[in-house]
Write a protein that binds this ligand. Sequence first.
Ligand SMILES: *[C@@H]1O[C@H](CO)[C@@H](O)[C@H](O)[C@H]1NC(C)=O
Length: 283
Amino acid sequence: MTIDKAYIRGSMAAILSVLQHSSCPHNIAFHFLISATANASLVRATISSSFPYLYFRLYPFDHSSVAPLISTSIRSALDCPLNYARIYLASLLPSCIHRVLYLDSDLILVDDIAELAAIQLGDNSVLAATEYCSANFVSYFTPTFWSNPCLSLTFANRKACYFNTGVMVMDLDRWREGDYTRKIEEWMEIQKRMRIYELGSLPPFLLVFAGNIVPVDHRWNQHGLGGDNFDGLCRDLHPGTVSVLHWSGKGKPWARLDAKTPCLLDALWASYDLLDTSFAFDS
Ligand SMILES: *[C@@H]1O[C@H](CO)[C@@H](O)[C@H](O)[C@H]1NC(C)=O
């Protein structure tokens, strides 16, 4: 997970939810990517004070390499460099880490994370995530992209579907072998020049991996609870069982609770809330 000032409250709630629903919490190792400018000892102290027995490591993420590659999206929160840190996990984490489960900070697990982490990636796949083939895939890219065959042919010969990058099982060895960080960066460089999509770190993931991921049961990422990218209105869960509630979209439960305009499901998030809003740890 990433941890930063804006989302620390979410991260702490997510950690608590993971531990509470785990049958073997002492088997879980957390790896946190933090901004290189954050006060690491304060972040460490904050986590340890709430979770004294948690096994975790912090990795400073230097924004300087990715910042020049980020183009403005439709929601400024998506342009935060730490939002792109998941692209760099394979190089930030030590090479003895072969596989990792990436989690966004705006979610709550209500089932045993071990079950999700055990998902098999088969012989070739690098990623497992929840995939939605009924979503309008075309809408994730601009007409500029679709009208340029040199670009859009990247999706020829694969059944590309939208997937959500907020919950991903990642094979870091395969990622390193395939140099996927570089492949994603190449699309970000193209985006800088010709605007081929409107969102943040998601579309380059789709460009590289859509159609080639292992689909995960939708219950592991009931996303969209934060509403859309503009209004952040209340949204209901999709039909079916729920193992992860994910407040993706503009509306974050801690912000709506503070504003005294919570949605129904925000009360569930509140039951994992450990921090008050007066908290700040940037140096
Ligand atoms: C970082 O946080 C620690 C508390 O854990 C504090 O003592 C220290 O002064 C902080 N450093 C800076 C540069 O703010």
